[in-house]
Each structure stands twice: as C-alpha cells, then as structure tokens.
Design a protein around this ligand. Structure first.
Ligand code: OAD
Length: 234
C-alpha cells in the first residue's frame, strides 16, 4: 500500500480475472472460454468472414452474460484510488466496460469494447439490436462488436497512451491476467518503477514482479481499499 501512496504515477493493467467475481468467465482458467472453444473458430477475422453463425453465437453468449454482470468492490476500489489521485490510468484487456461502470475515468480498452457495434465493411456505428438480430448493414457488410479479434491490431487510441503512461509510471499493478497475450503482456515491463501482480494462482512469469499477491482480485483490492480509505481521508 505504501508503494501506491508514495508513487508519483501508478498504472494498472487488468485482465479477465478482474471480472470473474462479477460472474464473467475468464479465458484460460478451468472454467474459461478457451478450455472448450478454440478462439480462432469464434473470435477471429476468419470466423467473422467465413463462420458468421459461430462468431455471432459466441458474442451473443458473451453479451447475455454481461447483461447479468455488474462491477464488484474491487472495480470500485480502483475508481476510488483514481479519484484520490493515486492511480493515473487503468489499461484493460477486458471488453466488458465494468471499470467505467464502477467510476474509473481514464480507462484504455486495449481489446476494444463489446458494448459498441459497427459494420465490419464500412465502419458505421450501429445499435446493439442490429447485431443481435443479425441484420446486415445498408452497405451489405456484417455487423460486429467493437472488440479486437485475433488477426487485428490493437486500437492506437488505447495502446499508445497506455504505453506512454506505463513508461512514465513509478508503479504498475497487474491484476487477473495470465499475461499470455501479446502485445498487452509487454506493458508491465516498460514501467521505470516497481511492479506488483495480483492473481488467484501463481503464474509462470510471476517471478518477474517485485511483489506477488495471491488472492481474488475483488477481495484483495477491497481489503486494500479499507486501509487506503482511512489514510486518504485523513
Ligand atoms: P486469461 O483467462 O488468460 O487469464 C485470467 C487470469 O486471471 C488467470 O491468470 C487467472 O488465474 C486469473 N484470475 C481468475 N479469476 C481471478 C480472480 N478472481 N482474482 C484474481 N485473478 C483471477 O485472461 P486474460 O489474461 O485477460 O483477448 O486474457 C487476455 C486475452 O486473451 C483476452 O483479452 C482475450 C483472450 O483471448 C481477446 O479476445 C482479443
């Protein structure tokens, strides 16, 4: 906690483990999406172009899950620390928008957002209902959620400021990610400062961090927030 209190600039990187306590499965744990489905068959540009029904049913299932989900106290803790100037930004691989729903203001969505929809062909932004109902765009193109698919680049408007802020940070806190996916997994190493890793399991690569906390993100952050609240409100 002292690290957060003494850091001039702290950047957080989150992954799907940040949202499992909001009832959204992650990808690579025992109950994760990729244990039963090969990502390339449902979450790639190839799937969008050639297997649209599979692509559609995968993202429809993700949207149905999201309808039941809301931020937990860990999301709210991060928003609180930002409010007190202790966090500069959250870079997230999550597409669920739960950080923003909890009140975080500076959120870089490295893998886009599942709450926005557009035509894959002409780029026009379209309402969710057009995707759910499998309509075609007026240009004839397929409608898709605004997430990054396998085979696509990360959005520069999220990646570039996330990288810049991380390079200038004194502390990076990495929460609930397996760090298996490039290039987001490169971010923690570019900090000029300390690194901390919060995960329910100890992962390969944890040894690269200055501090490793094993536990559920929601529980760990909530405990930290109780202490931070006392100090910050003094
Ligand atoms: P993963 O599923 O690869 O990793 C989730 C990590 O969170 C694992 O290391 C779990 O041990 C940990 N975890 C799960 N629940 C947790 C909890 N309650 N508290 C703390 N840790 C917990 O998910 P990501 O690393 O986010 O990309 O995956 C990165 C990308 O791979 C995703 O954004 C997605 C996927 O393919 C795209 O779809 C482009």
């Amino acid at each position: 906690m002292n690290w957060i209190l003494t850091s001039g600039s702290t950047v957080v990187l989150t992954g799907a483990g940040m949202s499992t306590e909001s009832s959204l499965p992650d990808f690579r744990s025992k109950e994760g999406w990729w244990k039963n489905i090969d990502p390339r068959t449902v979450a790639s540009t190839e799937a969008l172009s050639h297997h649209y029904d599979l692509f559609h049913s995968f993202y429809k299932a993700r949207l149905d899950n999201l309808d039941q989900a809301s931020p937990h106290n860990g999301h709210r803790a991060l928003a609180n620390w930002e409010k007190y100037g202790r966090i500069d930004a959250v870079a997230t691989q999550n597409v669920d928008g739960l950080h923003q729903a909890a009140g975080s203001q500076t959120v870089y969505e490295l893998h886009g957002s599942i709450r926005r929809f557009r035509c894959h062909q002409c780029g026009e932004e379209l309402p969710r209902s057009t995707f759910i109902e499998k309509e075609a765009c007026s240009c004839g193109g397929r409608i898709r959620p605004g997430v990054v698919l396998f085979g696509e680049m990360l959005p520069a408007e999220a990646w570039e400021p996330a990288m810049e802020k991380m390079e200038r940070s004194d502390l990076s806190i990495v929460i609930g990610t397996s760090l298996e996916v490039y290039p987001a997994n490169q971010l923690p190493a570019v900090t000029r400062g300390r690194t901390a890793y919060i995960n329910k399991d100890i992962q390969t690569g944890a040894g690269d961090f200055d501090l490793v906390i094993r536990g559920n993100a929601g529980e760990v952050l909530t405990t930290m927030n109780t202490y931070m609240d006392e100090v910050l409100m003094e």
